[in-house]
Design a protein around this ligand. Structure first.
Ligand code: FE2
Length: 342
């Protein structure tokens, strides 16, 4: 029987709990080759049916991948400007060439399907490590599913797949992919706590969080291997260029919404105006960048710890509050997210 897992993405059952009609067919997964359609396009699921599935311990429902991409507003398809095989585009200020109309997504070739599986499995390992911290179970599971579905849909775009694969080098010294998955999960959880509900916004936020540090990929390995506090002022300046480089790399790709560029460019801006690269003040910083900034620093302190011992979530939270750098609403969302801490 042919494996159909590549055709579908998981969506938390909580996404359907409102009973609102969904313009796509909804499925449950019986086995890797058998998916059963339980709602037709436009029907949705009423609350009672959602409760029945919950009682049967069903945590996720499934949409066809192309329907999910449409659901979150992502135009999957080959990009107009293809970087050379095995590389990411070099940072350049060149204006992108005019783009041809999108073509339908082609079926995944086995090598690509293997690459996508590697990415999903690596993300899955990181996501399960992040399960501690006393975070609300439903919020965690729904956000985790969204991260996996975001990766799965992004990977259908050949350049996005190349970028994701470039940061998933699986080297012990390069935990960029793990960090990016962690930042994506926390960004989506924070947005949920802040009351965001729009799937397209979750997707843009997730895509930006996954690729926020992509500029590091064009940076010298020796510079990347240095610990933060061993950097000279000149090296620090060079490292800080990753924000602008990242935005320039993403600018060359089709299907990248402006919010994603803003996240790459602004995730080190501080509301005090003392961040980089432009020293923007709070009102000038994109709301998605403010969320990713908090998730990024929190993950650095709690999860990665390459430069110093890992902090407890409480100490990391305190450090973020003391920094005079982050948006007050996002910080209070992080506090609420972590409220179940001992
Ligand atoms: Fe960064």
């Amino acid at each position: 029987m042919p494996d159909r897992d590549q055709e579908f993405v998981e969506v938390s059952i909580e996404e359907f709990a409102t009973g609102k009609p969904v313009p796509y067919a909804i499925y449950i997964r019986l086995t890797s080759w058998k998916y059963l359609q339980i709602a037709s396009p436009g029907d949705g699921l009423d609350r009672e049916r959602v409760d029945v599935y919950r009682d049967r311990n069903v945590k996720c429902l499934y949409l066809l991948k192309e329907d999910f991409a449409r659901y979150v507003g992502f135009a999957v398809g080959p990009s107009a400007i293809a970087p050379p095989a095995g590389t990411v585009p070099p940072p350049t200020a060149a204006v992108p060439a005019p783009q041809p109309p999108p073509r339908p997504a082609a079926p995944l070739k086995p090598a690509i399907a293997h690459q996508v599986n590697l990415l999903k499995n690596a993300a899955s390992g990181t996501l399960s490590l992040l399960k501690s911290n006393g975070i609300n179970e439903f919020l965690f599971e729904a956000s985790k599913d969204f991260v996996q579905s975001t990766i799965s849909v992004l990977a259908d775009d050949q350049n996005a797949l190349q970028l994701l694969s470039a940061i998933n080098t699986q080297q012990a010294q390069n935990p960029l992919y793990e960090h990016s998955v962690g930042v994506t999960l926390y960004s989506i959880m924070l947005a949920r706590v802040l009351g965001w509900r729009s799937a397209p916004n979750f997707f843009k936020l997730g895509m930006g969080a996954m690729l926020h540090d992509i500029g590091f990929n064009s940076m010298d390995d020796k510079l990347m291997a240095k610990r933060e506090f061993d950097l000279t002022p000149a090296e620090r300046k060079q490292r800080e260029q990753h924000a602008e480089w990242g935005a320039q790399i993403l600018k060359q790709l089709t299907s990248v919404p402006p919010e994603v560029l803003a996240i790459a460019l602004q995730h080190h801006e501080h509301v005090s105006g003392k961040g980089y690269p432009k020293g923007l003040k709070s009102a000038q910083i994109n709301p998605m960048s403010k969320i990713v900034a908090v998730a990024d620093r929190f993950c650095e302190l709690v999860l990665d710890g390459p430069d110093s011992p890992r902090l407890s979530p409480e100490s990391a939270l305190q450090q973020l509050f003391d920094a005079d750098a982050y948006d007050a609403d996002v910080l209070s969302a992080l506090k609420r997210l972590l409220k179940n801490l001992p």
